[in-house]
Design a protein around this ligand. Structure first.
Ligand code: GLA
Length: 410
């Protein structure tokens, strides 16, 4: 299937994984889930205190947890078809640059936060496309955290949960990501995008009008946040931020800087750093404008802002690639498309497109055909709607469970 209305619910995905967990570990497991995310606008702004506007989407990671067969930790990945076992002694936990770093990183971050999890067996499975810029990493981290917290008989509020999962990714996995992904994957709400201020960690939910659909197209060019150029872009951004701070100590984070501040400090930084900072400063302004547009229901304006964001990401941030530029270019020529841009960390992955609902199917067909013709690649496209994040899913599961128990008592 090339086009899909993604609308999975927590209870429909994990059933077969629950069965596999039971067969493997001879224990009844409890299911926890976290979605993926797409970012509508606000790219690479989330590690210098800026604004982002993501939404959670209907791909999920499921983490099934139960007691383990012995006093050890067992991790099984259905996607990698591989199992691993670890000592419960935190001094032996070290990153190995494999999939298990993500769940082990969360276990480590919980331990660092004073939450010790009893020995367990966990089965992970998911349908989030890997390396596509849809945040498979945060989805695994948050699903794991939900499972481990429940196993330890505790829980965390949104902000603490997101910070903890980010810590796992930054300090254990070794990827220097910002806070956006973990925050939206944990805190998303169905039917809404989230405008997040990544400095204050304050947020509001914004409606996505029914006349438009968010279409995600995967260029099939894979990127990796843990290695590669994401980190070097971040270094350049932080160097520009330091130069701006040195010029004016009132600028603590790039978020505080204006284009005039940047122009004044131009001679203090290499051209590349100047451009990276210009992208961030203009992108923060675009997120604020996009918020206004969404509140007014002005979809053409929102689309215009998305187009400008792509140009800034391509030319100033220089983190797009030819295939993604092709996808965006073809998309922008289609009837019913308000705007298109790259989404996520960059260097490949997916585009996000704002498309008239009535035109969405034709848009997908034309985009896939045009992309195939230009690049020879078959793109996966998904017509999506904002779904619930992990905390909302957990609440629903708890309510469902209560309902079942009540039903049994009656
Ligand atoms: C990745 C990171 C996020 C964010 C985006 C770019 O997804 O994990 O923190 O920086 O790239 O906006």
């Amino acid at each position: 299937m090339y086009s899909q209305n993604v609308d999975f619910t927590i209870m429909s995905t994990p059933r077969s994984t629950l069965e596999l967990h039971r067969q493997r570990f001879h224990q009844e497991g409890a299911a926890h889930a976290a979605p993926a995310r797409v970012n509508l606008i606000g790219e690479h702004t989330d590690y210098t205190g800026g604004f982002v506007m993501p939404m959670s989407i209907g791909f999920h990671t499921t983490a099934i947890i139960s007691q383990g067969p012995g006093g050890r930790i067992f991790l099984q990945s259905e996607n990698y078809n591989e199992g691993k076992s670890f000592s419960t002694d935190p001094t032996t936990w070290k990153a190995t640059h494999q999939w298990s770093d993500y769940p082990m990183g969360v276990l480590w971050a919980l331990h660092e936060a004073g939450i010790d999890v009893p020995p367990f067996a966990m089965t992970l499975s998911g349908d989030v496309p890997l390396g596509a810029g849809l945040s498979s990493s945060a989805s695994i981290e948050v699903a794991t955290a939900m499972a481990l917290l429940a196993h330890a008989g505790t829980g965390l509020p949104l902000e603490k949960l997101a910070i903890l999962c980010r810590r796992a990714e930054n300090a254990y996995v070794g990827a220097k990501s910002g806070i956006m992904d973990q925050f939206i994957v944990a805190g998303g709400v169905a039917g809404r995008s989230m405008m997040l201020d990544t400095r204050a960690l304050s947020f509001e939910f914004l409606p996505i009008p029914d006349e438009a659909r968010i279409v995600i197209c995967n260029s099939m060019v894979k990127h990796q946040v843990a290695t590669g150029e994401y980190g070097s872009r971040r270094d350049e951004v932080e160097a520009a931020q330091a130069a701006l701070h040195a010029a004016n100590p009132k600028i603590e984070l790039l978020r505080d800087a204006t284009l005039a501040d940047l122009d004044a400090a131009k001679s203090k930084m290499p051209e590349a750093e100047f451009r990276r900072a210009r992208h961030i400063i203009t992108e923060n302004a675009r997120v604020l404008d996009a918020r206004e547009a969404l509140l007014k229901g002005d979809l053409p304006r929102f689309g215009e802002i998305m187009r400008a964001a792509h140009i800034s990401f391509r030319d100033d941030f220089q983190a797009s690639c030819k295939e993604v530029d092709d996808l965006v270019d073809i998309a922008n020529r289609q009837p019913g498309c308000f705007g298109a841009r790259i989404t996520g960390g960059g260097f490949g992955g997916c585009t996000v497109n704002l498309v008239q609902t009535a035109a969405a199917d034709d848009f997908v067909n034309a985009l896939r055909a045009g992309y195939k013709q230009r690049t020879g690649i078959d793109a996966d496209c998904f017509i999506t709607e904002p779904t619930d994040g992990a905390l909302a899913l957990a609440q629903q599961a708890a309510a469902q469970m209560q309902g079942t128990q009540k039903g049994a008592l009656q």
